[in-house]
Every structure is written in C-alpha cells, then in structure tokens.
Design a protein around this ligand. Structure first.
Ligand code: SF4
Length: 505
C-alpha cells in the first residue's frame, strides 16, 4: 500500500479548511479595495480579510461550517480505490478529531450527529481512472449556508424581475442573475457560482459544483460560455447586493459555466453558489508512495501574502456598546446601521435548539438574552471546552420559530447572518428585539471575542447544534433589523430587484 497516502490526504484537508487558495484571496483583495472605506461592505470585508489571515496563522478553520467534504480523485488504472476510500475517510475522521473539520454528518432520520464526519453519503468521494502514473485528489469544502442558496431552473421559465428565460444562452444568463439575486447575503456574498447548462437534475447539479474546481481567473475554452461568464461578471455587481447583502459594489467574485447534453424535453440550468470562504485545493501524489509531489491551486514555495497590510477591524468611535442581558430600552434605542459591540452572556441556538424551543421550555432563562445562530467548532481540553471557530449561520432557517421564541422567552437580540423575514420583524417591533448581523464565515475573528465557555445545554444534539453558554467581549455586529420595523435586508432586496429588472432587458 502507499505509506504516505493517509498523511497526504490529511494535509490536504487541513490546508483546505484553513488556507484560502491564492486566486480566491486575490479576488477578495480586489473586493476589499473596491468598496469605499467606512461603508458597511468595507467593514465586513475588513473583518473577512482579518479572519482569512487569522485562520492561516492559527491553522484554524476559516469558517466554522467546514461543509460537505467533496473529493474528486483521479487514479491510475491499477489503483486500489477501496483502500484509498478507506484512507480518505480515516483522514476526514482525524481532521475532525483535531478540530480542523466540524462534525457535520447528521443522520437525516434521527438527527444524530455521527461526531466524526462519517456516515452514509459523507464524505463524498468520486473516483475516476486516468492514464497517468500519479494520483490526483481535489477537495472542496462547501458549507450549508451557500449550499442552501443553490438553484435549479427548468427552462422556459418566468422569472421575477427578469421576465421569460428561454432555452437560449440569454435564458441561462437570466437564471444565473436570478440565482445570485435570490441568494442576497444568505450565502455569505461575495460568492462564486458554478453553473451547468443541461444534463438531468442530478448530473446538472454535480457538473455545476465541478465548475467550482476551476480557478477564478481562467477563461472558458468554449467561447460561447466564456461570453456568458464575462457578461455576468461585467454586470452582476450592478445589483448592489454587496458583502453579506449589506449593499455594495462587489456581489460575485466568479462565474464558471459548463454544459452537458440533455434530453429533448428538458433544459435545466443548475447553479451551485459558493461563498467567499471558497475552500478548494488539490494535490498530486506519487503513485508508489502516496507522498505529495505537487499542490494544485497553490505554490508552497510562494509565501502567503497577508490579506491586510494595515490593522484589521478598528473602532471608529461610533460603535454602540451593549451588555447582555439586554433591557428593552437599550434594544429600542438601536437602529438599522448601528455597529454594536456586544459583551456579556450569549447563548448559541440554531436548527435543533429552535425546534426544541417550539415544544419545550428553554434549559436556561432567556429573558434579555442574545441568541446567536451559530454552530461553533468546540474542542474539549481536559474538563473545559474551548471554541475554536464561531461565525454566524444563516438565520432565515429559523424564521418559522423565531417570532415565538422572542415572544415566549423574552430574547432581545438575535445574532446571525442574512437576516430574517416579516414574521420575525413584526415580533421584534412588538416585543422589543433586534437582529444583529455578524459577518458570515468570520469564524476565527469571532472566536477571539469569545472569552469563556460557561456551560452547555442540549449537547445530545451534537456540538454544532447544542446550546453553548458563552461569555463574549466586544463582539461586533451590525443592526440590520431594528425594533421599529426597519429591515436593511428588505430594503436591499427591493432595491436590488429594481437593478435586476434593468439587467434583464
Ligand atoms: S462562509 Fe457562510 S456560507 Fe460559507 S460555509 Fe461559512 S457560514 Fe456557510
């Protein structure tokens, strides 16, 4: 067998989770300098840049959601794929044990987290043979927030703001614009899209995701698709969705399109949306030893250039400092656009916690609390827990529950990303609560604000879904929904809809 294969696979996973590839860094750096300083998007991008630097320096997960590990492996014709699959699974397990991957494999029937990222369907490993005497492994870690914003269209279709999308490349263009517009900030914009024209529903999505293995700066060898890619990239930023959906000049950092043949009756356009935390790397291995001969997408002999050449997130003096538990008065004094520095007690709660609270009393007193939509990476050190990555998750998933949770338990601040809907906004107005938008993916940055883990409830849901009791200090976030019925998300969606209409013509 190949003595170094396991170690090479492990290195690939750790590096992919902690170090963004150079083409993505370059695109994010361009985004950073494109936004006028002092804007919401510029502040968000500064936090993202600081987070990218922290992740590589700490060898910590760039984002706490380390996604669905998806491996594309090419092997020589005589390779033992069964053994390699086993080794890759063992490497995933070890990376999870070391806190480089969050346990993300959940039994879809019982909700039980396997704890090691192994289970039916996870990780995803695709093998292909080739006639080369080396092994290629490519890995992408694509998180749930952006995965949930994927979209598939069956053409012809009538699209809001864009009119009819026909079975033409112009119809394809409209579908891509619609997908990016629908994602708003929920997929942690600025993102990149992989697109497949054609195929069936299954192969279309797969081929769309495969496009994300292309570098952001390559040029499509098919001039017809290259033209659509260029057209999207030259116009999409006019949507003004911006980083995290805060409004701004950069909404997309890449558009990569492939095509598959289709059945005469079907014309699918499948869009795989990836967030700014666009984690993909690859290695070429010696077929005899499994040692890494070469990295793909990065050159280890080139030093990593830090994203920031100045200090990261700095206070302007206009920030509002608040301490939890929060009073109604403090919360009602906040308005959309305020940058808040939150200190005190914070509880995490996401999908399982919200479903639980719909039927049971909370395990802690939530009156005046700050409830953080977050599934952190947490490691046990002796008897104590330490949070190593803790960015926000997409809040809209909790929309069916949030209004009731605010009303019944007196939650005063909901923290997450991407914003929430009309029901939650109405509950915030009626009961006195705000929505604080943290910067999606900034897991290392926010982990720094968490000073202590004071306890945990509902650990039976698994570490990402448990309710963690945290003490935080100066946790920065932006008020995007206030207690007076205002929502930045609603405004940006409406305004970008007008821009979308103009692009559809
Ligand atoms: S950056 Fe955002 S969308 Fe991407 S994996 Fe992290 S939380 Fe999910």
């Amino acid at each position: 067998m190949l003595p170094q294969f396991f170690e090479s696979a492990l290195q690939l996973i750790v590096r992919t989770s902690t170090d963004l590839p150079p083409d993505v860094r370059a695109a994010m750096k361009t985004a950073l300098v494109s936004e006028p300083s002092g804007t919401r998007s510029s502040q968000a991008l500064t936090i993202i840049a600081e987070n990218i630097d922290l992740a590589v320096n700490n060898e910590g997960a760039i984002c706490q959601d380390t996604g669905m590990p998806t491996f594309e492996v090419h092997v020589p014709v005589d390779a033992n794929q069964i053994w390699m699959r086993q080794q890759i699974r063992e490497a995933v397990k070890e990376a999870t044990r070391r806190g480089k991957l969050r346990p993300n494999s959940v039994d879809s029937i019982t909700g039980r987290n396997s704890g090691d990222n192994l289970g039916p369907g996870t990780p995803i490993i695709h093998f292909d043979q080739w006639e080369r005497d080396e092994i290629e492994i490519k890995l992408i870690l694509k998180g749930g927030g952006c995965e949930n914003t994927n979209a598939q269209y069956a053409l012809p279709v009538e699209l809001p703001h864009l009119g009819r999308a026909d079975r033409t490349l112009d119809g394809v263009r409209k579908c891509i614009l619609h997908a990016v517009w629908s994602a708003q900030g929920k997929g942690c914009a600025p993102g990149a899209v992989g697109v497949c024209v054609g195929g069936d529903r299954t192969s279309g999505y797969l081929h769309a995701k495969e496009q994300l293995f292309r570098t952001l700066d390559d040029i499509n060898p098919d001039p017809r698709l290259a033209e659509v890619e260029a057209s999207i990239m030259s116009t999409v930023n006019d949507l003004d969705i911006g980083t995290m959906g805060f409004g701004g000049k950069v909404t997309l950092i890449g558009c990569k399109i492939g095509a598959l043949n289709r059945l005469p009756a079907s014309f699918f356009v499948s869009v795989a949306y990836d967030c700014w935390a666009f984690r993909r790397l690859g290695v070429l291995l010696d077929a005899k030893t499994g040692a890494i001969n070469r990295w793909l997408y990065r050159d280890p002999s080139h030093p990593i250039i830090p994203m920031l050449d100045q200090s990261g997130f700095t206070r302007t003096g206009r920030e509002v400092t608040v301490t939890a538990p929060l009073t109604e008065e403090a919360v009602r004094s906040l308005k959309v656009g305020d940058v808040v520095l939150l200190s005190g007690r914070m509880f995490t709660g996401r999908d399982e916690v919200h479903a639980h609270l719909a039927k049971h009393d909370p395990p802690v007193d939530l009156r005046g609390s700050a409830l953080y939509h977050c599934g952190p990476v947490v490691v046990k050190e002796g008897e104590a827990w330490r949070v190593t990555a803790a960015g926000p998750t997409t809040s809209i998933r909790e929309e069916p529950y949030q209004a009731d949770v605010i009303k019944r338990y007196g939650v005063r601040a909901v923290i997450g990303k991407g914003g929430m809907g009309a029901k939650t906004l109405a509950a915030m107005k009626e009961h006195g609560a705000v929505y604080l938008n943290a910067i999606g993916g900034a897991a290392q940055f926010y982990a720094q604000s968490i000073k202590r883990v004071d306890g945990v409830s509902l650990l039976e849901f698994g570490t990402p879904e448990a309710m963690w009791h945290l003490t935080v200090e100066n946790f920065p976030a932006i008020v995007t929904m206030d207690a007076h019925g205002n929502s930045l998300h609603k405004d940006i969606e409406r305004e970008s809809g007008v821009h979308l209409e103009a692009l559809g013509v």
